[in-house]
Write a protein that binds this ligand. Structure first.
Ligand SMILES: Cc1ncc(COP(=O)(O)O)c(C=O)c1O
Length: 401
């Protein structure tokens, strides 16, 4: 494709996107196609000659749209909200053009530098304790993960490495395998499935604990579970508190859980994937009381904060545990500036490192385009809409019963 065709194609695509989004309400939310619908619409093998871009455009309505579930329709109320906005779409275009891999500072300094600043901006917007922010000059800082599921696993692996090191100091004769066999983590029964899966991937036991009448995990429940497990010779090392559960947006009692976790020397990770954006508004911050006792915190700008998937923001008070758990240091990645700026490859799980530029630039474009006050209003509006939608569903269920 030559540059002029690219410009025409991109203009046509921008036209299509605005038409699609501005009229999305008119499309049926759920497609009526049956499994295998797309196969007869496409050739059996890749074409030998190129299609014109106009033909590719035609395929959008002919092939793709009949099978799309329109998550951004105002009539879509399934699962959870996923974000999208014009500034974020445009930022994706530039990221696609730069297409660099920012795995170390020197591999593309803008990636690292922008990510550090964006995570500080975001952290300040949520009023996170300064220990989580790079600008405080301490150890802490943020990193953009692809998803909250990765953040939970990254924190678990950091906690696991930290606890193994501690136990080895007390019992140098124990092998890693002996220690790992005794490790146990905790979350509420209401925690997202990715939390349980992090336990499976990390090869450790996960205990799901009962919640109170408000679906909240309380400190005394955690304390009891820890003491029972210690009596059995197990080693508690990690607890996940959820702020905004997927099922019913319940909030674990972070204040109480933090006291127990700190006392027992257990890593406390906060999964605020779903509802964390609400903390931009000061009136909801009482729900994160006790955040200063957490070791790591995560929320998804790609859910409520208008940043397109994927962009999951994670902060660590002391990233050295995660760095020690993941660090491999091949010769070809070494550079003169090592140590003067973070090399984010050591804090992310999968080599989806392209994320680094895409996501921090998306966050930057989004915040600059909307301003904080608009984001606050958007979050308040979201909460009112969600509340009304849930009241409507409850009423409907009551009527149908
Ligand atoms: C509370 C909570 N945690 C974690 C997740 C998983 O998020 P992700 O898809 O970014 O891994 C979700 C998704 O809905 C969620 O609601």
């Amino acid at each position: 494709m030559d540059p002029d065709s690219f410009k025409d194609f991109a203009k046509e695509m921008a036209e299509f996107i605005t038409n699609y989004l501005e009229n999305i309400r008119d499309r049926p939310v759920l497609p009526t196609v049956k499994p295998g619908y797309i196969q007869p619409l496409l050739p059996a093998s890749a074409p030998q000659t190129p299609d014109k871009w106009e033909e590719v455009m035609n395929d959008i309505e002919r092939v793709i749209m009949p099978g799309v579930t329109h998550w951004h329709s105002p009539r879509f109320h399934a699962y959870f909200p996923t974000a999208q906005s014009y500034p974020s779409i445009v930022a994706d275009m530039l990221s696609g053009a730069i297409a660099c891999i920012g795995f170390t500072w020197i591999a593309s300094p803008a990636c690292t530098e922008l990510e550090v600043i964006m995570l500080d901006w975001l952290g300040k917007m949520l009023d996170l304790p300064k220990e989580f922010l790079a600008c405080s000059g301490g150890k802490g800082g943020g990193v953009i993960q692809g998803t909250a599921s990765e953040a939970t696993l990254v924190a678990l692996l950091g906690a696991k490495a930290k606890k193994i090191r501690q136990i080895k100091q007390e019992h140098p004769e124990w092998t890693d395998n002996e220690i790992v066999g005794k490790l146990v983590a905790y979350c509420s029964r209401q925690a997202h499935s990715s939390v349980e899966r992090a336990g499976l991937l990390g090869g450790v036991q996960f205990h799901q604990l009962d919640v109170d009448s408000k679906s909240s995990l309380r400190g005394n429940t955690l304390a009891e579970a820890i003491s029972q497990d210690q009596e059995k010779g197990l080693i508690p090392f990690y607890v996940v508190a959820t702020l905004g559960t997927t099922c019913c947006c319940a909030f674990d009692n972070l204040d109480e859980l933090g006291i127990v976790a700190n006392r027992e020397n257990v890593w406390l990770h906060v999964d605020a994937a779903y509802a964390g954006s609400a903390f931009i508004c000061p009136e909801f911050r009482y729900l994160m009381k006790g955040i200063e006792r957490a070791d790591s915190f995560n929320f998804n700008p790609h859910k409520w904060m208008l940043v397109n998937f994927d962009c999951s923001a994670m902060w660590l008070k002391d990233p050295t545990n995660v760095i020690n758990a993941f660090n491999v240091d091949p010769l070809y990645l070494k550079h003169d500036m090592q140590g003067s700026a973070p090399d984010y490859r050591v804090c992310i799980l999968i080599n989806l490192i392209i994320n680094i530029i895409i996501s921090s630039f998306k966050v930057n474009t989004l915040i600059k385009s909307f301003f904080l006050i608009v984001l606050k209003i958007f979050n308040r509006w979201r909460i009112v809409v969600n509340y009304l939608a849930s009241r409507y569903l409850i009423l409907k269920l009551q009527v149908s019963n």
